[in-house]
Design a protein around this ligand. Structure first.
Ligand SMILES: Nc1nc2c(c(=O)[nH]1)N[C@H]1C(S)=C(S)[C@@H](COP(=O)(O)OP(=O)(O)OC[C@H]3O[C@@H](n4cnc5c(=O)[nH]c(N)nc54)[C@H](O)[C@@H]3O)O[C@H]1N2
Ligand SMILES: Nc1nc2c(c(=O)[nH]1)N[C@H]1C(S)=C(S)[C@@H](COP(=O)(O)OP(=O)(O)OC[C@H]3O[C@@H](n4cnc5c(=O)[nH]c(N)nc54)[C@H](O)[C@@H]3O)O[C@H]1N2
Ligand code: SF4
Ligand SMILES: [Mo]
Length: 759
């Protein structure tokens, strides 16, 4: 590219449509007129310091893709026919308004469920719309057990009252140069592959930056990855056994007195009860449960505890553990026991810049944002609030497994309409896609907001609104810091619109109070940004981002100054104000106050007969660097790097089954079968196979009954749904699926019924 190819470079930041991400990178857009020629990471932005992922680099391919939906569409044939016609925005919004108002008048606002996928820039606009309409049912429907992020957030809050993250200096503008920061001596990378995605507002490359500055690694992962190959200790655990790993480590720390006595005496509650519980997790028992040799667990635990400061960075498979909130509770105790809470180089409390909460992630924020009366009101009808204490008392999501049942049975009340924005349940998100298909078919009216067709829109959409890509839209971000803007660089293609603007317009129609309060969505952003001292436009003029200088989002030891509690008192946001090794919330809610380990619902220890029939543990959903979930298979630059739906298998296992490297084979269990291409991987545990999720090749037939091959390749067909923690959050069994592999005979193809295989 020469300087003649572009006429200017624009600076912005990224979140969501395009790379598809949890966001954060600073971005340089090389532009000519209204066209983006090329995109790069911004070297001046403290978050990514110039680095970025392949999906952002392929952005122009995504933005200009010929299959993008650019106009509102209305289904004209039967569901699954693939027949849609273009309609105007006015027609689309009028129709949605009329239908949803009718449902509200006839059946109550709870008869509409509002659905999102993962944390793209959607939590805030969706919360805004859901409560403007008046429904209590805000959801990540499909995500069995609400098994992403929420269990970690809510479970760890029981211990220390907050969400913490490994301290890689991300809360300081000068990053590694800031004198307040210290490099962690060890980082435990637990159930995450940070260099592949940048989940939960954390860029994986920060780990490498810390390694360059001296951090050593301990990795807890059944698989070998880039980080395990550089780790001092690789704890190769049995999938789903992290609770036992954590309790085993707690036991070692307490037995050997590797803890921080002074801190524990002053700031914590329940150490003796914890000691008693942890003693049940002897090294021998833990080795049996986790497959980790006890000597290695001993050495790794001692190393973590003896080297301060050290940090733990954790990932989503923890949320998919059985009893996941309890696992999160246990792991969070490790940083509390070892004096690594909110200290330089430890686990720091993660707060939105300037304390701004765009959407509440814990009870304190729910109450500050909405108040007790609101919470009591939505809990009357919120799905799962009566059954599950965490649903009622922590975050605002409903319990997704109960919701899908209710969509089918109508019990205790009928669900009539769905608003689905950033979610592709049948293409990669939901466990047991047959059941979700049935539930969605049962709805009277399904509205989607998306950029492309996918198996779910094809199968069940009645209306689709076209969403804008990130350079076509304005938004703000405080996850976690700095506070920053994503700004519109050019007009949207066709008639695509910013999710925020779509939701804002409908919110005004559903709720006149909103219409009175804000004229535009920018008014809302300005209100949210007030604590920063900037308006939306001023923040753009200031370069696009701002760090809080001192205050709630600035580490360290904020428990001493009262910054961690809503009432401003020193201590922690727990009922006792202390770190609780024995949870008083749990005691009140009738849950076990101490952490405990539960087996996966199907495993060698609980269903040995089933394991004889299906001897391999299928661990689904390891992330691909070139795809975000079920997106991007249609981007040729990305697809060529990872072209096929794979099953990674140890050659010793595959050879015995007669399956050659690169050959297609079947993965099956009692719930069905899917096709995959075998990839030999000598580092795979012989008892496990790794199967990436989200596969529906867009080049295959989209109409019923094919749905882009979702029923052929989507491993989630084999995943059990309806399992969960006693808390209500966590426990989706996506990582612990008993299966067998079978050679595909010549001429054999996918001939089974594509839908309803288990019906
Ligand atoms: N490129 C890309 N990035 C993404 C995504 C994407 O689809 N693509 N998705 C985003 C989303 S929503 C999420 S939730 C995050 C997820 O990202 P992470 O939380 O980092 O999870 P993964 O990258 O899936 O890495 C999980 C690692 O945990 C291991 N693992 C599997 N089961 C277990 C287990 O039971 N115990 C332990 N200890 N380890 C286990 C896997 O082998 C894998 O190496 O990534 C986000 N970022
Ligand atoms: N087997 C298995 N399944 C899994 C997982 C696993 O580990 N194993 N991981 C699970 C996890 S952790 C998660 S979070 C879920 C995620 O699941 P989802 O978040 O549902 O991800 P996708 O399936 O890619 O569907 C996202 C849809 O949103 C659209 N989209 C993308 N960005 C935007 C936007 O900004 N606006 C709008 N309106 N639409 C947009 C995309 O085009 C796509 O159709 O998947 C889960 N599925
Ligand atoms: S996925 Fe991560 S690296 Fe890629 S653009 Fe988004 S924030 Fe940046
Ligand atoms: Mo996720």
């Amino acid at each position: 590219m020469t300087t003649n190819d572009y006429d200017r470079i624009e600076r912005t930041t990224v979140w969501s449509p395009g790379p598809g991400c949890h966001g954060g990178c600073g971005v340089l857009a090389y532009m000519k007129g209204d066209e983006i020629i090329k995109i790069e990471g911004d070297p001046c932005h403290p978050w990514n310091q110039g680095r970025t992922c392949s999906r952002l680099l392929a952005y122009t391919k995504f933005l200009n893709h010929p299959d993008r939906i650019l106009y509102p569409l209305k289904r004209v044939g039967h569901r699954g026919s693939g027949e849609f016609k273009r309609i105007s925005w006015d027609e689309a919004l009028d129709e949605i308004e009329t239908k949803f108002k009718q449902f509200r008048a006839e059946s109550g606002a709870e008869s509409v469920i509002f659905v999102q996928g993962t944390g793209r820039d959607i939590n805030a606009p969706l919360t805004f719309l859901t409560y403007a309409y008046g429904s209590p049912n805000l959801s990540q429907l499909g995500l069995s057990g609400q098994s992403c992020y929420t269990p970690r957030i809510t479970g760890s809050c029981m211990t220390d009252g907050t969400l913490t993250v490994a301290d890689c200096s991300q809360f300081f503008e000068k990053r590694y140069e800031d004198p307040r920061w210290e490099c962690p001596k060890y980082i435990i990378i637990w159930a995450t592959n940070p260099t592949t995605g940048c989940p939960d507002g954390f860029q994986g490359h920060w780990i490498i930056d810390c390694m360059k500055r001296g951090s050593n690694l301990i990795v807890v992962d059944p698989r070998c990855t880039w980080v395990t190959s550089r780790a001092e200790y690789h704890l190769q655990c049995r999938p789903g056994s992290d609770g036992a790993v954590a309790l085993g480590m707690i036991n070692l720390i307490l037995e050997n007195e590797w803890y921080d006595k002074e801190f524990i005496e002053k700031w914590t509650l329940g150490i003796d009860k914890l000691r008693e519980r942890a003693a049940e997790y002897t090294p021998e028992r833990v080795e049996q449960l986790t497959w980790i040799p006890k000597e290695i667990l001993y050495e790794a635990t001692k190393t973590y505890a003896a080297n301060r400061p050290s940090a733990i960075h954790w990932g989503m498979p923890i949320d998919m553990n059985p009893e996941a909130t309890s696992v999160a509770q246990a792991i969070s105790m490790l940083w509390c026991l070892t004096g690594n809470f909110d200290v330089p180089g430890g686990n720091v409390a993660a707060r939105g810049a300037f304390g701004i909460a765009m959407w509440p992630i814990n009870q304190a924020q729910v109450l500050t944002e909405y108040g007790e009366e609101f919470l009591a009101k939505i809990n009357e009808k919120r799905i799962g609030a009566k059954e599950y204490p965490y649903v009622a008392n922590t975050r605002l999501y409903i319990q997704p497994d109960l919701a899908v049942d209710q969509m089918i049975t109508g019990d205790p009340y009928k669900i009539r309409g769905m608003w689905i924005q950033t979610s592709n349940m049948l293409g990669g998100n939901a466990a047991d896609i047959n059941k979700h298909h049935k539930a969605l078919m049962n709805m009277e009216y399904n509205v989607f907001v998306d950029l492309f067709h996918n198996p779910t829109t094809m199968a069940v959409a009645d209306i689709i609104l076209p969403a804008a890509c990130f350079t076509e839209r304005n938004t703000i971000r405080v996850w976690h810091t700095p506070a920053q803007v994503v700004r519109k660089l050019h007009e949207p293609l066709g008639e695509a619109r910013n999710d925020w603007e779509i939701n804002f317009e409908l919110a005004r129609r559903f709720n006149p109070e909103i219409a009175k309060k804000y004229n535009t969505v920018i008014d809302f952003f300005d209100e949210k940004l007030k604590p920063s001292g900037y308006t939306f436009q001023e923040l753009i003029d200031n370069g696009g981002w701002v760090f809080e200088k001192e205050g709630v989002s600035v580490p360290y030891r904020r428990y001493e100054s009262g910054l961690l509690r809503a009432d401003g008192k020193p201590g922690f946001q727990t009922p006792s104000g202390k770190i609780e090794f024995y949870s008083l919330n749990h005691e009140e809610w009738g849950l076990d106050p101490l952490p405990w380990y539960r087996e996966p619902p199907e495993s060698e220890n609980v269903t040995p007969e089933l394991m004889k029939k299906y001897p391999l543990v299928m661990v689904t959903g390891r992330r691909s660097p070139v795809y975000f979930h079920a997106e991007h298979r249609n981007i040729d630059w990305l697809r060529e790097k990872d072209p096929f739906p794979l099953v990674e298998v140890n050659p010793a296992v595959a050879v015995k089954l007669g399956i050659g490297d690169g050959e297609w084979c079947w993965i099956e269990n009692d719930r069905g079968k899917v096709m995959r291409k075998a990839k030999y991987n000598i580092s795979m545990n012989e008892k496990c196979v790794s199967v990436p999720h989200g596969w529906w090749p867009p080049e295959e037939e989209g109409k019923a009954p094919h749905y882009y091959g979702a029923w052929k390749y989507n491993c989630n067909k084999l995943v059990l749904s309806q399992v969960g923690s006693s808390s209500g959050y966590g426990g989706g069994a996506y990582k612990t699926v008993p299966v067998r592999l079978r050679k595909m005979e010549p001429g054999e193809t996918f001939d089974g019924p594509q839908i309803g295989i288990t019906e």
